[in-house]
Design a binder for this molecule. Structure first.
Ligand SMILES: C[S@@+](CC[C@H](N)C(=O)[O-])C[C@H]1O[C@@H](n2cnc3c(N)ncnc32)[C@H](O)[C@@H]1O
Length: 216
């Protein structure tokens, strides 16, 4: 698994991701962001500073690496990410999983276009960016792509999380790992994690920050 990180080209790209995130954390850029689902715990204002969004909503690079390595270990072919943010997590998954294609969905148009630009900066061609609401495209994407790794990382509300999980169980017909982020983020997310189940669940393991469900 760590062979890939030993690969010079891969390591260089990961350092570039770290550097890009650091640069974005200094950005003064402001934009209007649509607040979907459970919204932000911190601010309901729609005008946002990019650096605040990156710090609060986008995964740290070590966390993205960890998620990407879990996918790599399973040698997955198709990764679906619900919630692109600025796309660095998708880029990390793409770098560390060259064998896979990554489909990532983001409702906010500005973040979506940032993410596309970032991926093209990295010349990362195995990522498909979708600008849509999860509810509008999830079923079609599950049907079409049959992902074997799904990172649920947006709309952290109890009901939405349970609904997405139900759709995943209904639509995906092969062995799949589902990573649910922020299972301890709120009472609603704790309840959602407790209740997540379906006859296809083989294993369910909760960590502090996220949980993994293996479907058969
Ligand atoms: C926590 S961030 C994603 C972080 C990203 N996966 C990462 O690891 O850096 C959640 C993203 O999901 C988007 N989002 C939330 N609810 C959504 C919905 N119902 N449809 C589409 N996008 C949504 C938000 O705009 C936000 O950018």
């Amino acid at each position: 698994m760590l062979k890939l990180l030993k690969h010079n080209h891969t390591t260089k790209k990961i350092f570039q991701v770290l550097w890009t995130r650091r640069r974005l954390l200094l950005s003064d850029f402001q934009f209007y962001m649509t607040d979907f689902g459970s919204g932000s715990r911190f601010s309901k204002n729609k005008k946002k500073l990019l650096r605040v969004v990156v710090r609060r909503s986008c995964s740290s690079v070590p966390k993205s690496i960890l998620i990407a390595l879990i996918a790599l270990r399973k040698k997955v072919r198709t990764i679906l990410e619900l919630g692109t943010c600025i796309g660095l997590s998708a880029v990390v998954m793409g770098i560390l999983n060259p064998q896979a294609r990554i489909i990532t969905i983001e409702g906010d148009a500005t973040l979506h276009s940032f993410a596309r630009r970032i991926a093209s900066m990295f010349n990362q061609k195995n990522i498909i960016f979708v600008n849509a609401l999860f509810d509008d495209v999830l079923d079609e994407i599950l049907d079409t792509y049959q992902p074997d790794f799904i990172f649920v990382d947006g709309n952290h509300s109890r009901d939405a999380t349970l609904l997405y999980f139900r759709h995943i169980c209904d639509k995906v017909s092969k062995d799949t790992l589902v990573v649910v982020d922020d299972i301890d983020w709120s009472q609603g997310m704790r309840e959602a994690w407790e209740k997540i189940s379906c006859p296809r669940v083989r294993k369910k393991i909760g960590f502090v920050k996220f949980g993994i469900v293996s479907l058969k």
